[in-house]
Design a protein around this ligand. Structure first.
Ligand code: FE2
Length: 131
């Protein structure tokens, strides 16, 4: 039997264009609203064409010592050049970057997953500490 967790790949986001880069402060104050940005292809751009693109990303937060993650946001990247004229003709493209705002009174780990339409699922994580 295949497990979904076995299909989610990871690597260094600086050398692997599919891995979501998570930008967030290392330390925050209790209850402070902080901006979190998830970017796919931050260092090495991922192709963005009708045939090959990042379809979506999702961001979760797992408080330290807890079992279940909270979904912070889910982001659809919907335009990849397609039009009635055919593939790569619209000149309209959504870049795979999303920002949201989180507040928490708990330290924990941000987890991001992204989906490439031909290279599957990729993940990354980042600790966030509440002072
Ligand atoms: Fe890809």
């Amino acid at each position: 039997m295949s497990e979904l967790k076995e299909l989610i790949q990871t690597a260094d986001w600086k050398t692997e264009k599919h891995v979501p880069a998570i930008e967030a402060p290392d330390k925050i104050k209790k209850g402070e609203s902080v901006k979190i940005t998830v970017t796919i292809g931050k260092e090495i751009p991922h192709p963005n064409t009708t045939e090959h693109h990042i379809s979506w990303a999702a961001l979760y937060f797992l408080p330290d010592g807890e079992k279940f993650p909270y979904q912070i946001g889910r982001f659809e990247f919907g335009a990849h050049g397609e039009s009635t004229q055919g593939p790569n003709t619209s000149t309209i493209y959504t870049s795979p970057e999303a920002t949201c705002v989180l507040k928490t009174e708990k330290s924990g780990t941000l987890l991001a997953v992204s989906y490439c339409n031909i290279h599957g699922l990729w993940q990354n994580s980042k600790k966030i500490e509440v002072a």
